[in-house]
Write a new protein. Structure first.
Lengths: 559, 102
């Protein structure tokens, strides 16, 4: 049972106070410190802070701040795209899902990857051609600017905040497990403060470079980890699966789990999860911004190809790492809360990949993987915070409150203030969601993005008939509907809020809220006979020509 | 950018050609991704027994794992096809169109 597997962590937190080094040697001592990990953490944080400092000196205009001055190459941007994706949630979370549930974890890898081609084929090109790089910019192109921006900014913020929760929880558990002297709440605050520093001083340029370096390190580290696992089985995945089946308490169920081990497969839930993972990608605000950090459309497309290759490769690695963890971590009582009762881990639900590194490569490798994972979280969270902050400064402040009359300097200043506010919100939510699986929380985010941003973005670009009223009605139905149903669903209602049985039976409401948003937007647009609506339909032609040819977006495209 | 230029672009046969060939490719590839992926989800939802079958009799590696990895590889291959096509054909068409309607 997934839930009962997760429950022992209350007890685990107390146990995790004994350091991991000691755990592996089977001789717990009270206050020893994993110095390898500490040094690695400090080195990584030092490097990233230096990049931030370097970037801060070069960040002068709004284009610098939001789009890194458009000076990133295709390969670098591909790494950054992959970096955004290879978050703590995918690395630690998918490995953990595989560790607990076997095959089921692969569903997440596949779903998260197939969103990419769709974004490239249908959305990226037109977005770039229009010279717009947020969902709000596109939706507001021919619709009434202010109400659309308010809606877009709200949904961007909701998505960013939910996504932040997943990353913060991962970072907090990681830091606390490695350095038990630092409490969970203290680690959350450290992460929050570091993010505020990166984003406010470095902007997109620092965020992108941190992402690039981290992506390269993470790919290298995960490759090494997977190779070490496979080397034990003479590079035969079959032998590895066989050993995992022998060790895992669910035995051969892990090779055929279509749902979390212990829960009954629910076709509706499976389909809804699939829709969520696939379409959520296109609705993520920080991903769309990445098409604008390169110089031209060719480079933008190439960077998506590089990114997709890296992500696909990486997800196959996490699958091997998850099974490797079953073999090497689940078999070692030193890592387990209670070896008799199951394979629940000390230190939290997201630790299998990190413990596997220690089991195979000792403390030095543990320190490396943990520090890379930590840098990953910082980088992803920085990108997200930047997207959230630009929703506030660009969409809400510059375009709605100041009616487009704010200077660039004021806008960047508001953006920095918003970053600080978001950092504080992230800290508070990170504390509230302490014990949840991070891949799961991130998937909830995708559900909201797939129900609110995605349908309106696609309709605005492809359907002549969309009007302001229709977009607003559909957007709010998708946003409020998905947030409401996520809150009423099993994870938030039952586990986080502890209100007992969930009001809404499945975790991912996409299967209901995505069609609902589309239908409402369609009906309301159809019924809209106002003069404004007629003009908006006429303006589609202009938008269409520009979105196909890039006319007017060459080089201009001031955010 | 005047409306006149937009009008010139709209009348240019190359504009029609660009839009049609690009959207045909984009929608075809999207449809393949959707079908492949929806097929995978539906198999997970309803065809658990099939996916759980070992790849070779007596082995442990299941068809499901092979299919999952296959879907990832197909997605990468389709992305590559689109990028190659767009970076060769579409960009040249667009450039010609924009330059000659200036």
């Amino acid at each position: 049972m997934m839930r009962s597997l997760f429950r022992p962590y209350v007890a685990a937190t107390a146990l995790a106070l004994s350091p991991t080094v000691a755990l592996a040697q089977g001789a717990p001592t009270a206050a020893s410190v994993n110095w390898h990990a500490v040094v690695m953490f400090l080195v990584f944080i030092g490097i990233t802070l230096y990049i931030t400092y370097w970037a801060a000196k070069r960040t002068k205009t709004a284009t610098d701040f939001y789009a890194a001055g458009r000076g990133i190459s295709a390969l670098q941007n591909g790494l950054a795209i992959a970096g955004d994706y290879m978050s703590a949630a995918s690395f630690l979370g998918i490995a953990a899902l595989v560790y607990f549930n076997g095959f089921y974890g692969l569903n997440y890898s596949v779903g998260w990857l197939v969103g990419w081609p769709i974004v490239l084929f249908l959305i990226a090109e037109r977005l770039r051609n229009l010279g717009k790089y947020t969902f709000a910019d596109v939706a507001a192109y021919r619709l009434k600017r202010e109400p659309i921006r308010v809606m877009a900014a709200l949904s961007t913020l909701v998505v960013v905040i939910f996504y932040l929760i997943g990353q913060m929880v991962g970072a907090g558990q990681l830091l606390h497990t490695l350095l038990p002297q630092i409490q969970y709440w203290q680690s959350i605050i450290i992460v929050g403060v570091l993010i505020i520093i990166y984003v406010t001083f470095g902007g997109m340029r620092a965020t992108t470079w941190v992402q690039i370096i981290k992506a390269a390190l993470l790919l290298g580290g995960a490759t090494l980890l997977a190779l070490l696992v496979l080397a034990h089985f003479s590079f035969s995945p079959g032998a590895m699966f066989a050993e995992a089946v022998r060790i895992h308490p669910a035995h051969d169920a892990i090779m055929k789990s279509m749902a979390p081990i212990g829960s009954t497969p629910n076709p509706i839930e499976a389909i809804s999860l699939g829709l969520t993972l696939m379409f959520g990608t296109a609705g993520l605000p920080h991903i769309l911004m990445r098409f604008f950090t390169v110089t031209d459309a060719k480079a933008a497309r190439k960077s998506v190809l590089y990114g997709t290759c890296f992500i696909g490769y990486f997800y196959i690695l996490t699958f091997i790492i998850g099974f490797g963890a079953i073999v090497f971590v689940a078999s070692d009582p030193a890592y387990l809360v209670d070896a008799v009762k199951g394979i629940a881990l000390k230190g939290g639900a997201n630790m299998p990949a990190v413990y596997l590194a220690q089991a195979l490569g000792g403390d030095l490798f543990l320190g490396f993987i943990a520090a890379v994972a930590f840098a990953t979280i910082l980088a992803v969270v920085s990108g997200l915070t930047l997207a959230g902050a630009s929703a506030i400064s660009h969409d809400l402040y510059a375009n709605v409150i100041a009616h487009g009359r704010a200077s660039e300097q004021t806008e960047v200043r508001v953006s920095k203030a918003a970053t600080i506010a978001l950092g504080i919100v992230a800290i508070l939510l990170g504390l509230a969601f302490e014990r949840q699986n991070v891949a799961y929380i991130v998937a909830l985010t995708f559900s909201i993005a797939a129900s609110s941003n995605f349908p309106i973005l696609v309709m605005a670009m492809f359907w002549r008939g969309l009007t302001t009223r229709g977009a607003l009605a559909g957007g709010y139905v998708g946003l409020l509907g998905s947030v409401l149903l996520v809150v009423l669903g099993p994870t938030v209602w039952g586990k986080v809020l502890g209100m007992g049985a969930a009001v809404f039976p499945i975790d991912f409401p996409t299967i209901i809220t995505l069609p609902a948003a589309v239908i409402v937007a369609w009906l309301v647009s159809k019924a809209d006979n106002s003069v404004a609506a007629r003009n908006e339909r006429l303006a589609f032609e202009d938008e269409y020509i520009r979105s196909q040819t890039g006319l007017g977006a060459e080089g201009a495209a001031v955010h | 950018m005047s409306d006149a230029r937009l009008e010139r672009i709209r009348r240019d046969p190359r504009f029609e050609q660009l839009c049609q060939s690009r959207s045909r490719l984009a929608w075809t590839l999207s449809a393949i991704v959707l079908i492949v992926y929806l097929g995978f989800i539906l198999l997970v939802a309803f065809g658990g027994a099939f996916l759980a079958t070992p790849l070779v009799a007596g082995g442990v590696t299941t068809i499901g794992i092979a299919v999952g990895v296959g879907v990832i590889l197909i997605a990468i291959a389709l992305t590559a096809i689109y990028v190659w096509k767009a970076n060769t054909t579409f960009d040249d068409l667009t450039r010609g169109l924009l330059e000659e309607t200036r």
